[in-house]
Ligand binder design. Sequence first.
Ligand code: ADE
Length: 238
Amino acid sequence: MKFEVLTIFPEIIECYIKHGVVGKALNKGIAEVKIYNLRDFTSDKHKKVDDYPYGGGAGMVMQIEPFYKAIMHVKEDKKPKKLLLLSPQGRKFMQKLAQEFIEENKGMVLICGRYEGIDERVKAFVDEEVSVGDYVLSGGELAALVIIDSIVRLIPGALGDELSAVEDSFMKGLLDYPHYTRPEDFKGMKVPEVLLSGDHKKIALWRKRQALKNTLKNRPDLLKNLSRDDMKILKELC
Ligand code: ADE
């Protein structure tokens, strides 16, 4: 899967993608990230990308020209691509959307804005505006990395253990269950007995109960479409 990122801060993206799951996926060749510096698509000698807002007001606005030129450039290869503009005004990015994107199996172009905003007319050249949450970041780079990371995890072969992505929070509509590793006893805080029992059926049931408990406590909004079995367990917990 190929990701292309348009940004004025290529270093932010370059640094993150070298590490962890994304870094490994790039090394294995199952994902590719190409970064374009929007300043390379300016026509003035100072490589200026922003200007004062029409109508006045605080801050600067990113100009359309570098975005337009960079978008035309990434479209030159005529390959199917989804062009996403990262912005707090966009559709909320969630695990379901990550799955949808991976199923579409198109390249992704992640367009990062900065400053107070970008010229509204850029939107005419993108497929969708996407937000990673109801908060304002200083730019789209962190949002682009959130999207790249969460999608790369879903590419077959990206995770060491194929089951890991399925076990992730949200994949089964619930928050994750608790995890433990050695030592068995840390300053009197003991690993739950059941995890040492070797009884896989019991362990699976305990994990399901814990996942339901976590979800009930922190994200009750996710409990709407529970299966009958899960509903039964949840009732026992209440
Ligand atoms: N740029 C600034 N804030 C953002 C957000 N919440 N999501 C995506 N891009 C952004």
